[in-house]
Design a protein around this ligand. Structure first.
Ligand SMILES: *[C@@H]1O[C@H](CO)[C@@H](O)[C@H](O)[C@H]1NC(C)=O
Ligand SMILES: *[C@@H]1O[C@H](CO)[C@@H](O)[C@H](O)[C@H]1NC(C)=O
Length: 555
């Protein structure tokens, strides 16, 4: 027995040495991984921004998201995936499936409340109406002609209205119009548009749109979830596949045809993403389209061949006498990215993959790094690569800007049901926040809005008062430079499309020191074509650092 002790001591010494070497090789591995990460072909790595996990599981995969004017984010996926990971409260209207397929996420507490949707909302569209209620339109099977309302309030739930849409709308897109109506365009095998509320004066509630026939690709369809942008003259920019038109909504006539972007497809399933760049007083509107997939990628992916995604962005002024796409390469190729307008008038590109297309199991090589695009910088200096997430966000992932100026990122489920094990990209129920580099500023250096009007009309002068710590003026009426006030309408986000996402830069007078802060006089938007009626987040941006947003109802 006496020999047992030294022997075991030797063994434990050996184990300790083993662990030490394991640790050493792990360390080398990590270092090597770090070195290789540096060698990726980034034009510029500044690694800015950071990530925070808000929730391990919100119970559903956030396929569709919308920020609401009470600082909640409503999310939903589909009713035909089987059970979700969150139950409906006892006594809910449900029969075989009593799990929730929609939840309300509270930004203040990171808590979720399950909501009831009973018909299928898969791959649907939505619009925040001018009264603050979310209108959701269409979906699949029993839900494909249903519209649904969600009004933000502590106890509210979805209200469904069956058979409202004239035709099935699955993969359609929406845009709010200057008169507060909503136009709903396309969907699978639908080469048409319609309105909410229904068009009462036309013989048919549906109007045909031959552009969607022209952009239909037999292999992949290639024109689903068209990108819609309301231009500041009230006309509608519609992009599908690789090209765009400008539609006069009243007459339903195509008044302009824009040339194709040369190098591939941009709309679903070759999902690129698009934004209307921030509108500045007096400047022509510009549209940006980034990423997507080369023609044939969908078919190739079905055959197990995942082609590299597009690296290019294309930018155009639709009102130019001879509009032409100006091309620029992103530092990283991407399909299924989400483009989010930031209060600083920059664009964040996040989520998605570097190979394949949208569709179940059809993408590879998650792109974990967000990229920032700064539209006002000279060409060649506009992009920077930001800090990566640890969580791949593939097909059915989303992102929305929140009231704090963060980007909420969720979803990813490239499978036909929830799958958590033995798959390359497990279903993600988690929710993260990306803090853009401007939030690295110490909280005290952010402007803090003291007062702004709750409701405004068009072309009015209103006062916005705010504080900027570290900028106390010594005497009254001292001027503060580099101040901008923007009105941002949060988008309905799904499948890389941000419906109704918009930033309007407001004209401001000088900003002068007042007792206990600064005051700037702001000119509200000139017309409902520039800013359709509804709830906007107003941000005061000082030296590139935005305040938290305050809700202002315009119109
Ligand atoms: C969801 O529920 C399933 C089945 O109960 C479980 O195996 C899985 O781990 C849960 N996933 C998450 C992210 O909570
Ligand atoms: C907003 O308008 C919609 C459509 O008319 C209506 O269903 C909804 O109840 C309204 N919401 C509020 C809060 O009044």
């Amino acid at each position: 027995m006496a020999s047992a002790t030294p022997r075991s001591r030797t063994r434990s010494a050996a184990t300790t040495a083993g662990i030490f070497f394991l640790f050493l090789s792990y360390l080398l591995h990590v270092l090597a991984a770090g070195i290789f990460a540096q060698q990726r072909p980034f034009s510029k790595v500044d690694g800015g921004g950071w990530w925070k996990l808000l929730s391990n599981s919100v119970g559903i995969s956030a396929m569709h998201m919308q920020l609401l004017p009470d600082d909640t984010v409503v999310m939903f996926d589909r009713t035909d995936t089987g059970h979700s990971n969150i139950s409906l409260p006892d006594g809910s209207r449900c029969s075989t499936d009593c799990t929730a397929h929609s939840v309300l996420f509270h930004l203040s507490s990171s808590s979720v409340r399950p909501l009831t949707i009973l018909t299928d909302t898969w791959c649907s569209s939505g619009t925040l109406l001018s009264n603050g209620t979310l209108l959701q339109t269409g979906g699949f099977r029993d839900g494909d002609r249903v519209i649904r309302f969600f009004s933000p309030s502590p106890l509210s739930d979805w209200v469904e209205q069956p058979s409202y849409l004239a035709v099935r709308r699955w993969y359609a897109s929406n845009q709010i119009l200057p008169d507060g109506r909503v136009i709903i365009i396309g969907g699978r095998r639908q080469f048409s548009g319609e309105f909410f509320p229904r068009d009462q004066y036309s013989a048919s509630p549906v109007f045909q749109l031959s552009f969607l026939v022209e952009t239909y690709d037999r292999e992949s369809e290639g024109n689903l979830y068209p990108f819609l942008h309301l231009l500041p003259d009230g006309t509608l920019f519609i992009f599908a596949n690789d090209r765009a038109i400008v539609l006069d909504v009243a007459s339903k006539r195509v008044i302009r045809r824009l040339p194709p972007i040369p190098d591939g497809q941009r709309s679903y399933p070759s999902s690129g993403s698009s934004v209307l760049l921030p509108l500045r007083p007096g400047a022509a509107a510009e549209v940006l389209v980034c990423g997507g997939a080369p023609l044939g990628s969908y078919q190739a992916a079905l055959n197990g061949n995942f082609l590299p995604a597009l690296r290019s962005c294309a930018r155009i002024k639709p009102s130019d006498p001879e509009p032409a796409w100006s091309m620029e390469d992103m530092p990283l190729a991407r399909v299924m990215g989400d483009m989010i307008l930031l209060p600083t008038c920059d664009v964040l590109i996040v989520n998605g993959a570097a190979a394949g297309t949208a569709g179940w199991e059809l993408a590879r090589e998650p792109v974990l790094h967000p990229v920032l695009y700064r539209p006002d910088l000279p060409e060649g200096t506009r992009f920077s690569v930001l800090r990566e997430s640890q969580i791949p966000r593939m097909y059915h992932s989303t992102a929305v800007l929140d009231t704090h100026g963060r980007v909420i990122v969720g979803g990813s489920n490239p499978h036909s049901s929830y799958k958590f094990t033995n798959v390359m990209f497990p279903t993600e129920l988690s929710l993260e926040a990306f803090y853009p580099p401007y939030l690295l500023t110490a909280a005290g250096d952010r402007p803090h809005v003291l007062s702004a009007p709750a409701e405004v009309g068009y072309g009015e002068r209103v006062a916005v008062r705010f504080l900027v710590a570290g900028h106390f003026h010594r005497s009254g009426h001292q001027e503060l430079e580099d101040v901008e006030v923007v009105a941002l309408s949060p988008g309905f986000q799904t499948h890389s499309v941000g419906m109704n996402q918009r930033v309007v830069v407001l004209e401001t007078s000088q900003t002068l020191g007042q007792l206990g802060g600064y005051e700037t006089e702001v000119m509200t938007p000139p017309s409902p074509a520039v800013s359709p009626p509804g709830y906007y987040l107003w941000f005061v941006v000082h030296e590139g650092v935005p305040s938290k947003g305050v809700w202002v109802r315009i119109g």
